[in-house]
Design a protein around this ligand. Structure first.
Ligand code: UD1
Length: 439
């Protein structure tokens, strides 16, 4: 699926259960390379990145079985080099570097390219491997890393924009099989790093302090196969919550982890959104008039950069002046020009986007940015006869499940999926499939 056609302008109302966290499952899948035994991962989201990671593990010689939301991996024998093209395609694939170096003391991975949100360097990942004793060479688009022995070290992983999430994951995965004690200072504190540490600990790793800026790892000789259920996706839950507020609907989100979402829930409250919390269930709707807010993205437990685009949509619909400052990725504002096509009034001043909200929005062709799977609709407040198809965004990785939910939530909220082979959009309706030629 590479594009969708959406007829919006209706409130989204309904129930949804949150999927497993993409940012937790990718490093956890990579961590299965640390053992020859079978690992079973549950609550795996249905995303293209997960499919890519499964293919990468296969290209390294692992047996991988995907059965619904369960992925089973047995990496009995491994090759030191994966498929260059596959690894290059997905930034998250860099997290095979740590486990392969840890287990085989030798690895060759293609350098992940930059992407639309910035240059995405991996200097901190490489620094960590070097501190553990690896010799590194970058040649022909590959990173070659090898080490006779990996030896625990004190590693400072703070970068220009703060800690690195996948860098912390990578160093942790190499250090679990190193000799002696490794201390990571300025470690990322994201819940996904904690989930990976939990997975590794179940395998037999000795890790203390995950979730804080100092993580201490005492190396062990080998690790065992385990079963694990991935944490719920806090970014997806935040996306559903903002979608409810943006469309003036009401959505009940089950299986969320509100304790991972403090910054987002707090800002939604400031914006006039009502969130009722009952255990792991959140019910979200507008609490009255929306209010503009200021937001700065930060490492966890600050406001997540991965929710920056979504909150900008809400601000675009909120009368008044909202300011959104991006501090993690320097170019993560591609959606601004796309939102402008819908009629939003947003200007960029250095790292900040100034949103003059409340302009009427109308549907337009929209370019998806950066592999996200969020999708939006806005409520068009004009009289029915003056409404045009509004809303809609779509990022390329939109899941079939998400589209099903959106269709169920809003009668008249049509999502059409493009079929490349037939050069048609199609939309399943009672009694058959509606078709529309691509334009
Ligand atoms: C992860 C998430 C991504 C999220 C991001 C920040 C996954 C699969 N992806 O990406 O969804 O947006 O965290 O929360 O988990 N940096 C360096 N040198 C490095 C590595 C990073 O300077 O070696 C910089 C980056 O350019 C960026 C900042 O550090 O400015 C944070 O990046 P990082 O935390 O590494 O992002 P990812 O782990 O790639």
């Amino acid at each position: 699926m590479d594009s969708l056609l959406i007829k919006g302008g209706v409130p989204l109302c309904g129930d949804v259960t949150v999927s497993g966290a993409k940012n937790a499952v990718l490093p956890i899948m990579a961590a299965t390379l640390l053992t020859a035994e079978k690992c079973v991962i549950r609550r795996v989201p249905d995303l293209s990145d997960v499919g890519f990671m499964a293919q990468i593990l296969k290209s390294l010689g692992a047996e991988v079985k995907v059965d619904g939301d369960t992925v089973t991996v047995r990496a009995a024998k491994l090759k030191p080099v994966g498929d260059y093209e596959l690894i290059r395609k997905m930034r998250g694939s860099i997290c095979i570097l740590g486990p392969l170096l840890g287990r085989q003391r030798k690895v060759r991975v293609s350098l992940p390219g930059g992407c639309v949100i910035g240059t995405r360097p991996i200097d901190l990942h490489l620094k960590g491997m070097k501190c553990l004793g690896a010799a590194l060479k970058i040649e022909g688009g590959y990173v070659d890393a090898k080490a006779k022995r990996l030896i625990g070290a004190d590693i400072f992983l703070g970068g220009r924009a703060g800690p690195t999430v996948l860098g912390t994951a990578n160093v942790m995965m190499a250090a679990v099989l190193a000799e002696g004690v490794t201390t990571i200072e300025s470690a990322a504190c994201e819940p996904e790093v904690v989930d990976l540490a939990f997975f590794l600990s179940k395998m037999g790793a000795k890790i203390v302090g995950a979730g804080s800026p100092t993580i201490t790892i005492t190396g062990v000789k080998e690790l065992a196969g385990v079963e694990h259920e991935v944490i719920p996706d806090r970014i997806e839950a935040a996306t559903f919550a903002i979608a409810a507020a943006a469309t003036n609907g009401e959505v009940t989100i089950h299986g969320a982890r509100p304790d991972h979402m403090h910054a987002v829930l707090d800002k939604l409250k400031d914006a006039g959104v009502k969130v009722e919390r009952k255990g792991l269930t959140l019910t979200v709707k507008r609490g009255g008039k929306l209010k503009p807010i200021d937001i700065t993205t930060m490492p966890y437990a600050g406001f997540p950069t991965d929710v920056q685009a979504q909150i900008m949509v809400l601000m675009a619909l909120t009368p008044g002046l909202g300011i959104i400052t991006e501090r993690i990725f320097e170019s993560r504002f591609m959606h601004v020009s796309e939102l402008s096509r819908l009629g939003a009034d947003i200007s960029i001043e250095g790292p900040s986007a100034i949103v003059k909200g409340g302009q009427p929005l109308s549907g337009a062709p929209w370019l998806a940015t950066c592999g996200h799977r969020q999708l939006w609709s806005s409520r068009d407040s004009r009289p029915r006869e003056r409404r045009r198809s509004t809303a809609f965004i779509i990022w390329t990785g939109a899941t079939k499940r998400l589209i099903k939910n959106l269709r169920a939530w809003a009668a008249g909220f049509n999502v059409w999926i493009r079929n490349e082979d037939l050069n048609q959009y199609h939309h399943r309706v009672r009694g058959g499939l509606c078709r529309l030629p691509c334009f």
